[in-house]
Design a protein around this ligand. Sequence first.
Ligand code: 13P
Length: 270
Amino acid sequence: MNYNELLNNARDNGYAIPQINLNEITWIEPIINAANKMNSPIIIATSDNLIDLLGGYEFVCQTIRSKICAMKVDIPIKIHLDHSTSTENCVKAIDAGYDSVMFDGSKLDIIENVKETSKVVAYAHKNKVSVEGEVGGVGGKEDGIEDTIKYASIDDCITITKKANIDVLAPALGSAHGEYKGKPNLNFELMEQINNTLHQPLALHGATGISDTDLKHAIQLGHSKINFNTEIKKAWASTLRTTLEENPSFYEPQKIIKPAKMQSKMLQSI
Ligand code: 13P
């Protein structure tokens, strides 16, 4: 299944595909391992602001694809560019072989957002690549992207979906990147309205800290992609911290990194 078929299949059958953000190249193997163990499709995403740190679009794409071949897994694994605010970078990721790109025009007014997202869609669709668009404001702070929570309007959801012809919509519905201050307050009424009006895959950003009950509810209401980043980073950092504290004599990177790399319990629970 290609990216759109996969997300539409998830939507039609009441499940969602986890998006896991790649923060370190050594994370590729445990992410694939965890998805394979769960026999689950998975989306591996790179935040556009971290791409140079990870080695660039081509390096990331080719490394993931080589790893999939070497590990001989046959679950669907897709590669996605997360939160790009640059049409040029979306083109670079498409040329490098990404399956999907997100153009994040949420800080622009809706007319500009549609205009810029449409440019990405035109190039992406010519290359059989999917595009995710965002309206409203996902709160919190992550990888250099910061915003306050602004609930998406139904009109903007319709406008970006129809006029820019996007494949996946990320409407801000009360979620936030990073750690929540207080309890997340998702607007399920608005979610239902968007789902009933558009009938297309939705992406939920800022899943860390949202209860399983709310995540299941969001999946029932059209979310076929759920994005996780912070909770994986926290699990990795806490294992690394413990390894260093318990083994002050360690200096070999492989010994220090291995336990954090094996910390895939969090991924397995997704
Ligand atoms: P969290 O960091 O809150 O899990 O959100 C991830 C995300 O939405 C990436 O786009």
